[in-house]
Design a protein around this ligand. Structure first.
Ligand code: GTP
Length: 170
């Protein structure tokens, strides 16, 4: 029969980048323009069935506010996968994302699967970070890269399915 696995997945990134919105789009199929800032961290579960496996995700949605930074290791330690999110309309959020990538690469499990995610692509007219900029950084650092929109659902299921497939293959 097909295998069954449980995987810890963590989302990291600047406040307001859209971490909670991506998770709620994936888990509940919902989006809110008035999503409140996360305090500490939030926990969600979701099961994805692939042909070759069933993957149960334990999802830790961390708080992006700087005052919660010291809690992050609790969530990325032991994680099988990490999603580092930035907002394409904020250069600062891209700078912050690169810092997260470095921290996770230094401290987390070396076999961790990491995605760099450029969110809010529905806001093309306000874009401050080019697609190539994100793609290039991801390539240089051995990460996978996707542009998403939690609002329109663009690439959101694809993101989580891709991670599940990687984990099932490993
Ligand atoms: P913290 O909890 O503070 O770390 O923020 P977060 O990264 O979880 O961001 P959150 O999901 O709370 O979203 C912040 C704001 O951006 C909210 O007003 C969302 O509605 C909005 N937002 C999130 N994703 C998108 C998107 O893809 N497109 C647009 N237009 N807005 C988005």
């Amino acid at each position: 029969g097909s295998k069954s696995l449980q995987a810890k997945l963590v989302l990291l990134g600047d406040m307001g980048a859209g971490k909670t919105s991506l998770v709620l789009r994936f888990v509940k199929g919902q989006f809110s323009e008035y999503q409140e800032s996360t305090i500490g961290a939030a926990f969600f579960t979701q099961v994805l069935s692939l042909n070759e496996a069933t993957v149960k995700f334990d999802i830790w949605d961390t708080a992006g506010q700087e005052r919660y930074h010291s809690l992050a290791p609790m969530y990325y330690r032991g994680a099988a996968a990490a999603i580092v999110v930035y907002d394409i309309t904020s250069k600062d959020s891209f700078v912050r994302a690169k810092k997260w990538v470095q921290e996770v690469q230094r401290q987390a499990n070396p076999s961790l699967t990491m995605f760099l995610v450029a969110n809010k692509v529905d806001l093309e007219s306000k874009r401050e970070v080019g697609n190539e900029e994100g793609e290039q950084y991801a390539k240089e650092n051995g990460l996978s890269f996707l542009e998403t929109s939690a609002k329109t659902a663009h690439n959101v299921n694809e993101l989580f399915f891709e991670i599940a497939k990687r984990l099932a293959r490993a």
